[in-house]
Structure formats: C-alpha cells, structure tokens
Design a protein around this ligand. Structure first.
Ligand code: SAH
Ligand code: SF4
Length: 353
C-alpha cells in the first residue's frame, strides 16, 4: 500500500487527478500532512467523507512507530528510535541549538560504505529508507515538540544513519517535500546533506535541476590519501585529490560554503602535522569551505579513542591561525548513546537477549 508522503507535489497532484478529484485537493491534502501535521485522515475536515474513505482504504498513513526516546541531561538533545513496518529500526536525533532546533535524519537502515570509525555500518546495508520514512522523521518529531515558534524545527541535516547519496531518488524527493512552498516550506539554506564523498553522485546532484539546491557537507576525515583510504574504504575509488578537485569546482550560491567534516581520532589523524596538511589542501580555496571537527565518539568494541580536549583545541587553532573557519562539534547527548546507531544496537541486543 502506498503512503502519500512518498509523493512529491507533482506526483500528489497526479494521484488526485487519477482519482477523478479536482486538482486543488492536492494542496489541501499537503496542508494537512505537512503544515498541520495531523495524525489521521479523519482530521482532514475539508475533504469529503468519500475522499477520506478512499484514502483510508488505499493508502497507509504512518510508516514509523515510536519505540522509545531519550533526552540528554547534558544538552537537551533528544534521540528517537522508530520501528518500520518490516520490523527494522532507525534513529533520529533532535538537537537543541542556542536559538533553534535541528533535526538529524537517517536515510538508510545500516550503511554499505564501511568507514572504520562508524557504528552504523557494522552490519552493512540492510535497506534504503522510503521517502515517507525520511519525511515522517521530521513530521513526527515536530508533532512531538508541539506548536509555537520556540518549538519549530528550522534545520535539517542528513547526518543520521546511512549514506544519503546512495539512496539518491528517495532523498531527493524528501528534500523536494521539505522545501516545497505547499508542503513543509523549510528554507533551502537550512538543509544540509552529508556525504562520504561519492563523486559521481555529488556531480549528479549538482547537475540535477530537479534536486532542490541545499547545502553540502562532505566527510573528509583525513589529511592525505593513505590515511583516508585506511579510514574510509570508499576513498580507494573516490580519492582525496579527485574529491577536493570536484568540491573546488562546483558552483556555489553567494555566501554558501561546503562543510568538511573531520572526525578527530586519537593518534590516527589528530596531530599538528595533520592539521598543517589540511591547511595545505584548503589554503587556495579557504573561503569555499568551513571545517567541522567532530571528536570521535567511542562505541562498544571500537578500535579508536577520542582525543583529549587540548589536542582537539590545538588542531582547531592551527586551522584558525591559517584563516580557515573551523568549528568543534562536541557530540550532542553523549549520555544517550549519541554515536549514530547506538540506541538501535542497544535495543536490538535487548530484544535478542
Ligand atoms: N554517511 C554520511 C552521513 C552520515 S555520517 C557521511 O558519512 O557523511 C555523519 C557524520 O558522522 C560523518 O561526518 C561521519 O564521519 C561522522 N561519524 C561517524 N561515526 C562517528 C563516530 N563514531 N564519532 C564521530 N563521528 C562519527
Ligand atoms: Fe556510512 Fe557515513 Fe558511517 Fe561512513 S560515516 S559508514 S558513509 S554512515
């Protein structure tokens, strides 16, 4: 059974027309789903009973069921665990920033990319999320928070479980729904897609006129090719050099920058020499990039360690001294199994125990 949240606006219009209803019904349905965020067809009071009954019979309303959530006592961020219809589980993290909420959404169950420092990829890729499963993470969490300006989720980052560009079509459609003026109406500037750096998919995204223009973050995680290849097997075919060449050539809107994420791992990629090499890689295009340093988040059985704070600050200082905008992203909710995939894993262990 289809879920209407799998359809972008054009497809929703076509659906409505095929049913023999008037075209403006699409706008009405979109308003209930994405602006009012109702939780059943019965609440769509300006649709006739007949239309509501057809929708109930022929479509599925929810694809996510809340299993549990945890709020961090340290920083107020909240982590949600959802069950999908096939029994798989995924996570979404709601991050409390100074003056707004940011939602970190998942795009796959697991991940095929195999980065050595990442918990999500431990069991490989299980499957892509549907568009509805991506969009409902936002709708359900916004409904959980309630109405009112202080509760509004303004920013979305595709940095949860999975590689967004390996689930290209569904991710694209979710961005269309998030930004469409008759749907979620979120600002393009406040949506960021994070990729491990699959070159042909990044190119495709920039050439695709149907892909709404949103911000790009790329997980660099290393200062030279061998190091990157060790941490991220994808770098064997998508080399550091080719990746940076591509990122330096893609067109950017005025004032927009590409974020480079760099997971700092103790004694692996956190030395002053690494910082200097990174400066060298970026120095000719420093205004095109900003760097987010993410101190490694250890998980049970992980091979690596988080660097001490002074090492993190030392690394940051070298970049700033060279005029490269750099921000440290201390993981939110370290007390609530913050590293992506951990709450899910813990739940699976409990279920299987
Ligand atoms: N697959 C995409 C988006 C999800 S991962 C990507 O790789 O960009 C989001 C970010 O979390 C990436 O920058 C990744 O490098 C980082 N990350 C993964 N595991 C981590 C860990 N254990 N500690 C800190 N950051 C981690
Ligand atoms: Fe996949 Fe991103 Fe984890 Fe790498 S860091 S395994 S790409 S989710």
């Amino acid at each position: 059974m289809t879920n209407l949240k799998n359809l972008n606006f054009k497809e929703l219009e076509n659906f409505v027309i095929e049913k023999g209803w008037q075209k403006f019904r699409a706008k009405q349905i979109a308003k209930w789903l994405y602006i009012k965020k109702v939780s059943s067809y019965d609440e769509m009071t300006d649709l006739s009973k007949e239309i509501r009954n057809t929708l109930k019979e022929e479509t599925e309303f929810d694809s996510l069921e809340l299993v549990t959530y945890q709020q961090s006592k340290l920083d107020g961020s909240i982590k949600f665990l959802w069950r999908l219809k096939d029994g798989n589980t995924i996570e979404t993290v709601l991050i409390k920033e100074k003056d707004h909420w940011t939602l970190c959404v998942s795009t796959q169950v697991g991940c095929a990319v195999g980065c050595r420092f990442c918990y999500t990829t431990k069991d490989g890729l299980i499957r892509n999320l549907t568009t509805a499963e991506i969009v409902e993470q936002y709708i359900n969490v916004q409904r959980f928070l309630g109405e009112g300006e202080e509760n509004r989720i303004s920013n979305i980052v595709y940095m949860g479980m999975g590689e967004p560009l390996a689930n290209y079509e569904n991710v694209k459609k979710s961005v269309q729904i998030f930004t469409h003026p008759d749907m979620c109406k979120l600002s393009h500037r406040k949506i960021t897609i994070s990729s491990s750096g699959i070159l042909h998919q990044i190119k495709k995204m920039y050439e695709d006129r149907e892909f709404p223009e949103v911000k790009l973050a790329v997980s660099l995680n290393a200062s030279y090719q061998n190091q990157r290849q060790f941490l991220m097997p994808i770098s064997q075919t998508n080399t550091l050099e080719d990746l940076l060449d591509l990122l330096k050539s893609i067109p950017l809107k005025p004032g927009w920058r590409i974020t480079l994420e760099y997971v700092l791992i103790k004694d692996v990629n956190d030395s002053p020499e690494d910082a200097k090499r990174l400066v060298n890689l970026l120095k000719r295009d420093k205004h095109r990039f900003k760097v987010n340093l993410i101190p490694f988040n250890p998980f049970p059985g992980s091979l690596f360690q988080r660097p001490e704070e002074d090492r993190v600050y030392r690394f940051e200082k070298i970049l700033w001294d060279n005029d490269i905008a750099t921000f440290i992203r201390w993981s939110k909710g370290r007390d609530i199994d913050a590293a992506c995939g951990q709450l899910r894993k813990k739940h699976l262990e409990e279920v299987n125990a």
